[in-house]
Structure formats: C-alpha cells, structure tokens
Design a binder for this molecule. Structure first.
Ligand SMILES: [Zn+2]
Length: 362
C-alpha cells in the first residue's frame, strides 16, 4: 500500500507551513479549516491549541483526545545589527552544526515573510581552531538582504519576530522515504487528520477530540492548557522520536521502517502499564510490526497525563531521522502502520475498556 495523493499533498502543505513555537497561526488556521470542512466543531485554548470535536450520539460519553503538536523548532530575532543582519535566539533544541549556510524564512508582525540565509565564513578564512568547532548560535547572523539596520527596520522586522529554517518536501527515490522540515511534529497533525478522515462517518460510543497543541518544543505548554480545555478520559499523543539506525546497529532504539514505537520510558512520562499492554495487543491483533523504544526526550504525554487527577495517556509515535533539523525523514510504511494502529486503537477503546483501564491502578 502507498500513501494517497491527498495524503501526500497534506504532508507537503503542512510540513511547509511556518510554525515556530509561539507563532503557529499558519498551522492552526490550516488545521481549523480542515476540521471545519468535515463539519466538526472547532475549539481552542487561549495559547492557540486547536481541536475538532466529533461528538458521540451517546450522552455523557467518555472523551478520547488525539493530539500532535503543531510547533516546530526555530528562532526568533534577538536584534537587528547595524549591518542589517539579524542575531538569533533559539526556540527549541538545535545543534549549531546543522545551521550555517541554511536558508531561512523570517516573518514580521504583519505576517510578511522574508527569505534569508544564516551567514557562513569560508573555511580558508577561519583559524584552524575555529574551523574545528561549530559556531555558537549567539554568533550567527541571518542575512535578509538589507543593507543596514534602517532598511531592515523599514521592512518591519523587530526583535521577537519568528524564523524557521526552510526544508522542502521531497518524496525520495524508491518511493518510501519522505524528506521535509518539521516532521517533528506535523506528522502528528497529519495523523490526526487521517484518523478523523477514517472515522468521520463511524458511530463511536465516545467523544473524539482530535487536534494539535502549541509550544511543545519549549516545554509542553499547549498540552498543559489543552488538557484542561478538553478534560479527556484518554489522551493519545502522536509524535516523531529520533531514529538511531544509520550506523547499522540493529540494537539501537529507533529503526526507520521497522514499525510504530512502543515507548516504554521517556524523560517526563512513564506509561500506564495497562494501556501500554493494550497498545501492544492492538498492534499484535492487527499484525503490525512494532519496536520498543526508550527516549531521554519527552512528548506532550508528559503534560497530558498530569492534568486534573491524572489522565490515561499513551504515546503512539514513529521514528524519524534528523529531527530538530530542516531535513527530517520518515518512512511511508511506518506512517501507514501507525495509522492502522491509531484507527484500531480508537475503535478498541469502548467506554467499558476505558473504565477498566482507568481504574486498574486501584
Ligand atoms: Zn515533537
């Protein structure tokens, strides 16, 4: 099976939107429009997280929340220099070695975008010591073509304006691997749309709330507020985790193309054991490949599971190469298997099953 043209188009559109943490409005508007096309009510938290609500015909139904995060790592303008360049403050985690010479987009407060590049010094002009180490982000400058500070400011560029690194969408040779910026985590936004599409006409005994949070990359902030907005019985997080497979070591966590991840520990969340076991049962019943995964990072699950008196929470992630760069790669089969798992998971979560899981730590 291959991805449909429609899914590929959604992938291209969503990965290319500008959505540095705190400035996610392009992604939010896109998702809200898609949810409205399906006819679902759309709800927001004050930080900007957005969700479609698919109500059950049953009254007082339990609520399942499916969420990705719409923000991506990027930068904001720290200062406009006298030479018309922009110094940077990182938003989310970057390794400085991935940045010099990269094309960027800068967006001013009126919403106008400017093309630019992170300046780089040619190697023969660098001392041997400087050449041997990555430049610190605080020393990098974005050139947007302005001749001086006055010109840049006349274009409406000010401290705090957002910056993302460009990374076009490419279906790679072989037809299986998809290269783009921001798979972390437009993947989760797309997965939500795909599950909604598959279940839009299915009568469920639960309310299904599907959408995307903001500001995950700076500390799960949208998930914190969205947890209170939705007050779910179950929260399922879609996200991308780092693949560690290009060295050929099969015992490393995160083998691209080897199936959805069963994340059994990460830095801010320990899965509910009953729910994790149920996830493995769903994967087995659907004859899907899967792989165990442990992470020193975290996901929105870290916030959702602590809302109110605690929420039954699960991560349903896939792995991606080169995350937190503008050139991340996912595998089509992982995507399709994760989608099958997500749809089957929602269908498996009957009110009785949710109640059993919710009360199993008593
Ligand atoms: Zn993420």
């Amino acid at each position: 099976m291959n991805l449909s043209e429609k899914t590929l188009r959604t992938m291209e559109e969503l990965t290319q939107l500008f959505g540095v943490s705190g400035q996610e409005n392009e992604v939010r508007t896109y998702l809200a429009n898609r949810y409205k096309e399906y006819g679902f009510e759309v709800i927001y938290d004050t930080l900007g997280s957005v969700f479609a609500v698919k109500k059950s015909k049953k009254e007082n139904a339990k609520t399942i929340l499916l969420a990705g995060h719409m923000d991506e790592v990027g930068f904001v303008v720290r200062d406009v220099t006298s030479t018309g360049c922009l110094s940077l403050t990182a938003i989310g985690g970057w390794w400085n070695q991935t940045l010099l010479g990269q094309r960027v987009l800068v967006k001013n407060r009126a919403g106008k975008t400017f093309k630019g590049v992170i300046g780089s010094i040619p190697p023969h002009l660098l001392s041997e010591a400087d050449r041997a180490k990555p430049m610190e982000i605080k020393n990098m400058l974005v050139d947007i073509g302005a001749k001086d500070k006055e010109e840049a400011e006349s274009w409406g560029i000010l401290p705090g304006d957002g910056i993302v690194v460009e990374g076009p969408f490419v279906l790679m040779e072989g037809g299986k691997r998809l290269l783009a910026k921001a798979w972390d985590n437009r993947y989760g936004c797309i997965m939500g749309l795909e599950v909604l599409d598959a279940l839009k006409d299915v009568d469920l005994d639960v309310d299904l709330v599907v959408g995307a949070t903001v500001q995950e990359e700076v500390g799960l902030r949208g998930a914190t507020t969205a947890g209170y907005l939705v007050d779910p019985d179950v929260a399922i997080v879609f996200d991308c985790s780092p693949a560690n497979d290009t060295n050929g070591k099969k015992d490393e966590f995160g083998q691209l193309g080897s199936g959805p991840l069963v994340r059994f520990i990460d830095a801010n969340y320990l899965p509910h054991r009953g729910f994790l076991n149920h996830y493995i049962d769903v994967l087995e019943e659907n004859k899907l490949p899967y792989q165990y995964y442990q992470s020193m990072g975290g996901t929105d699950a870290g916030a959702f599971h602590k809302a109110f008196e605690g929420v039954l929470t699960l991560t349903m992630c896939i792995c991606a190469r080169n995350i937190h760069t503008n050139s991340s790669i996912i595998d089509q089969d992982d995507f399709l298997n994760a989608r099958t798992a997500a749809i089957a998971m929602v269908k498996s979560l009957t009110p009785e099953k949710i109640e059993t899981l919710k009360t199993s730590n008593r």
